[in-house]
Design a protein around this ligand. Sequence first.
Ligand SMILES: NC(=O)C1=CN([C@@H]2O[C@H](COP(=O)(O)OP(=O)(O)OC[C@H]3O[C@@H](n4cnc5c(N)ncnc54)[C@H](O)[C@@H]3O)[C@@H](O)[C@H]2O)C=CC1
Ligand SMILES: O=C(O)[C@H]1O[C@H](OP(=O)(O)OP(=O)(O)OC[C@H]2O[C@@H](n3ccc(=O)[nH]c3=O)[C@H](O)[C@@H]2O)[C@H](O)[C@@H](O)[C@@H]1O
Length: 447
Amino acid sequence: MHVGVVGAGYVGLVAAVGLAAAGHDTAVAEADPAKLAALREGRVPFYEPGLQEWLDSVAARMTFVESAGSLPPCDVVLIAVGTPSGPSGQTDLTQVRQAVREVAATARPGTVVAMKSTVPPGTGLELVRAYLEPAGRDLAYVSNPEFLREGKAVDDWLHPDRVVVGAAEPGAGERVAELYRHLGAPLLMTDITSAEMVKYASNALLATKISFINEIANVCELVGAHIDDVARGVGMDPRLGSHFLQAGIGYGGSCFPKDTRALDFTAALNGYSFELLTAVIEVNRRQRIRVVQRLHEALGGLAGRSVAVLGLSFKPGTDDTRESPGVEIARMLAGAGAEVRAYDPVARLSQEAEQVLGPGARRTATLAEAVAGAQAVVVATEWQEFREADWAAVRRAMERPWVIFDGRNCLDGEAMESLGFTYFAVGRQVGRRRQAAVAARAGRPCE
Ligand SMILES: NC(=O)C1=CN([C@@H]2O[C@H](COP(=O)(O)OP(=O)(O)OC[C@H]3O[C@@H](n4cnc5c(N)ncnc54)[C@H](O)[C@@H]3O)[C@@H](O)[C@H]2O)C=CC1
Ligand SMILES: O=C(O)[C@H]1O[C@H](OP(=O)(O)OP(=O)(O)OC[C@H]2O[C@@H](n3ccc(=O)[nH]c3=O)[C@H](O)[C@@H]2O)[C@H](O)[C@@H](O)[C@@H]1O
């Protein structure tokens, strides 16, 4: 088939390369001149493990153009542009509307427009009415949400758990499903709005698991239980599943935060108060603040204290800093008067994000530079470099009281304490603090 893709971000580029690898002639429209220039030189314009090699192997079947209107005639055009949050949590559909408008104005009759961007339930039907029907050229619309993860995008594309296709006309849905047939994944064919809802329900449930385990971890701290064992025990029940039970400083990234807010907003818009989801969002917000509270306590205030934040990308394996807990924590600490040095081995900070780190925070080129003279260290992203760091050397480079907040529960707490650190984590207590919590609990009357 001849396939067009609008938007060469994480989803669009992975989809385009995956479809080219499956033998389709693929044309990609990318509006950002710098990204387009990189792609025309054969370079992936962001960090995604394995994608450069994959692109190299299929480059001959790919072309890159500057706008959706310049795409060659296609059987299917995938839309994979950004859908960021608006100020009240609603989805900003500006990029989607622009892309669909351009495709509707130029696509040849009979083209199928497949939406891979995450758009709120009801959007597809509205786009059909606003742009495809008025074009009068028999353009079909299909919702085809994407479930890949950053950092594992290539593998996720090749091994999807399912392919979801929402269509009003079976023929159009079939044409999109055909693009994935070779992957052998289970296929759900449904209507457009249900397909849109599958995407939000999936992300909301994953976010709920994270906020739930974080609440359990917070209670573990009070009763002297150990979240690692608790999560392992819970996950042994296949009905509950062992995934997404990693407690920490909460979820970030370009999708969970915005998609939970968008679903909350959509529910409210339709007159429904989605209490559970509102709580999931609030728990996630508070989980980051707990780090700042804990350091405030441990350092006897934050003004003038020196704190290193390790990890600015929202998770390991990506350079994406959108809604990253590490960035947010650095900003809160700096806002409270701490002198913050932040380090990340890969993260890409936009100019805006550099500014967002604020006057009290600056980024360093190395871990050693970040921790030199710091009184506390926060591990915000579980990069391998942090797991494998020479923590004895880090302790020597720091100043008293040698506090470490392991926001991803990725270090050996006992080992940290034996190096002289005061070790805090999420739902984990080691050494003296664990004994104290258990003793305090034992001394309390039963409720
Ligand atoms: N990042 C991820 O892991 C996943 C993202 N999604 C969804 O997929 C969509 C895209 O996400 P990302 O790839 O992260 O976005 P992104 O922001 O990284 O990339 C979007 C790209 O589209 C380009 N663009 C915007 N309007 C355009 C137009 N009219 N013509 C040509 N190019 C245009 C932008 O310049 C940008 O390069 C979002 O709706 C997101 O929620 C879904 C699953 C996973
Ligand atoms: O819609 C999307 O964009 C994508 O959002 C997530 O993918 P992604 O944001 O790349 O990253 P995840 O691996 O899901 O992690 C999201 C955040 O949750 C945090 N997390 C994850 C798992 C966990 O157990 N605990 C936890 O705190 C991570 O640190 C990270 O900040 C989903 O996993 C994808 O299925 C989905 O397609």
